[in-house]
Design a protein around this ligand. Structure first.
Ligand code: FMN
Length: 132
């Protein structure tokens, strides 16, 4: 099992309807492949956590990086995990209308363990602040 977290730049032409499509398809594919995920959409970025079997995650990431609804996918955390932290969600989408907010808090709301405090989650805000 592994967990991947990435940030990407949302394509300016990507609409809310496009995101609805992404979530609909992702729920089906993730569900069939034991993948759990959280997608946070911001005005200019996507931020996604994916957890699941190593091969299933590689496959889906292969498609995601080529998807034209976003670009410049930057994986900033990729690690082996003993179990799911976002077990309840095949894909949950959360839309945030400001670029800089408390991502750690947002993610904590979806995590199985409410005291989820991994340092990379805490680092997300700093990383986003560093993006141009
Ligand atoms: C920001 C973003 C997140 C996505 N997340 C997922 C996901 O979690 N699971 C998934 O199967 N597809 C996801 N997709 C869609 C894939 O890129 C792809 O369109 C989908 O897997 C279907 O593959 P296909 O178009 O080759 O049939 C995402 C796309 C974007 C832009």
């Amino acid at each position: 099992m592994k967990r991947v977290i990435y940030i990407s730049h949302r394509q300016a032409s990507t609409t809310n309807e496009d995101i609805d499509d992404i979530v609909k398809v992702a729920k089906q594919i993730n569900g069939a492949n034991h993948i759990k995920g959280v997608l946070i959409s911001l005005p200019e970025h996507f931020y996604q956590v994916l957890e699941g079997p190593v091969s299933a995650i590689s496959e889906v990431m292969g498609r995601i990086v080529k998807d034209h609804r976003h670009h410049s996918v930057k994986v900033f955390s990729e690690e082996s995990i003993p179990g799911y932290q976002f077990a309840k969600w095949t894909m949950v989408h959360y839309e945030v209308d400001e670029e800089f907010t408390d991502y750690y808090y947002l993610l904590s709301r979806f995590a199985t363990n409410p005291n989820y405090e991994d340092s990379y989650i805490k680092g997300i805000k700093m990383m986003l602040l560093g993006l141009s």
